[in-house]
Design a protein around this ligand. Structure first.
Ligand code: XIL
Length: 333
């Protein structure tokens, strides 16, 4: 059915989930990626701490193993991520200077990883979670990023935000990515709590425009990744998603669903029906958008979810059985 959907859309529709070689439930994982999914992202294996163990040293062992798992299951592969304030390597000092970061550390890492993984990667999250949560309407791209108070230092280190005096760290990541990525690879800014028509989404769009204008990346190479870690009670609306995807389509940029999970208060059948309906809304918003070709479900089973089993936020239950959301999705594909 994914082949039929792809034929209708005129390009492959990539629908998948997370995988790392050290995941449990090997036979479930192998089965689900051969039958239900056709797209793979490493949950952790391509992050900075996993790929640059000491400064200037590239180790793509796990990232490439996930890419091989994808190809041996007939699936495509997306890259997550080259730059994030979390899961950074221990050698990266909190007190690093802005110029060292922008001129040396970031371009070296982005080049090593993107060049090393080759040209067949569908999209890369070039920067992850650079926009703040306390943003308001009308902020400039720089204000949006300064509001984050996490980069370019270590996780939760708010002391060094003065380093973000301009957006050169983002420009450096994107211009390097453009140089070394395959010509069909989309270059994404990826973030959570986006998709509603609110200040945070407006900020992501402002940063996208800034990247286009100041890092020289054409819109037809850019994408916005909507992480979409949502709860059944906090879902904005399908209409908002549709409107946001259309704005990007008008620019020539892609929209990606990169990390969907939908937490429910408890797994009663009523909550599972609601969860299924929201999953259907997300899928429809993407399926019927001209610029949405990638859809990742973050973790495939409740017992393997980063949110814990009790949030019941994935498509398959803790025994690997399909939940109503999985049937909903299958019916729409
Ligand atoms: C999470 C993984 O699922 C966990 O296994 C890990 O311990 C922490 O990171 N936003 C992101 C993802 O961009 O990389 C995060 O993944 C979830 C939130």
């Amino acid at each position: 059915t994914l082949q039929a959907v792809s034929a209708k859309k005129g390009s492959p529709f990539m629908f998948g989930s997370t995988y790392d070689t050290y995941d449990s439930n090997a036979s479930f994982m192998s089965n689900v990626f051969s039958t239900f999914f056709n797209h793979v992202v490493a949950e952790n294996g391509c992050k900075w701490d996993a790929t640059e163990p000491s400064r200037g040293t590239s180790d793509l062992t796990e990232c490439k193993a996930v890419q091989s798992f994808a190809s041996s299951h007939g699936a495509s592969f997306r890259g997550h991520n080259t730059f994030w304030h979390a899961q950074t390597p221990s050698w990266l000092p909190g007190g690093i200077s802005a110029s060292d970061l922008v001129n040396n550390v970031i371009p070296q890492h982005v080049q090593q990883e993107i060049q090393g993984m080759g040209s067949s990667v569908s999209s890369w999250d070039v920067v992850n979670e650079v926009v703040g949560d306390g943003v308001s309407n009308g902020m400039s791209a720089l204000q949006c990023v300064q509001n984050k108070k996490a980069w370019p230092t270590q996780t939760s280190d708010n002391s060094n935000t003065a380093l973000v005096t301009d957006l050169s760290f983002i420009h450096s990541a994107f211009s390097t990515a453009l140089k070394y990525a395959g010509s069909n690879t989309r270059l994404a800014i990826n973030d959570y709590n986006t998709g509603a028509q609110d200040a945070k989404t407006a900020c992501v769009f402002a940063v996208l425009a800034d990247i286009n204008a100041n890092a020289g990346v054409p819109y037809n190479r850019l994408a916005v990744g909507f992480q979409s870690h949502v709860s059944s009670t906090g879902f904005a609306s399908k209409a908002a998603l549709v409107a946001n995807f259309a704005k990007l389509a008008n620019l020539g940029a892609a929209a990606l669903i990169t990390e969907l999970d939908i937490s429910i208060p408890s797994s009663s059948s009523g909550n599972e029906r609601l969860q299924a309906a929201i999953w259907g809304d997300y899928l429809d918003a993407c399926l019927y958008a001209s610029n949405c070709h990638e859809f990742i479900n973050w973790d495939s089973r409740d017992d393997m979810s980063w949110l814990g089993t009790s949030n019941a936020g994935t498509l398959f239950d803790s025994n690997g059985n399909p939940k109503p959301a999985a049937y909903e999705v299958a019916a729409r594909l």
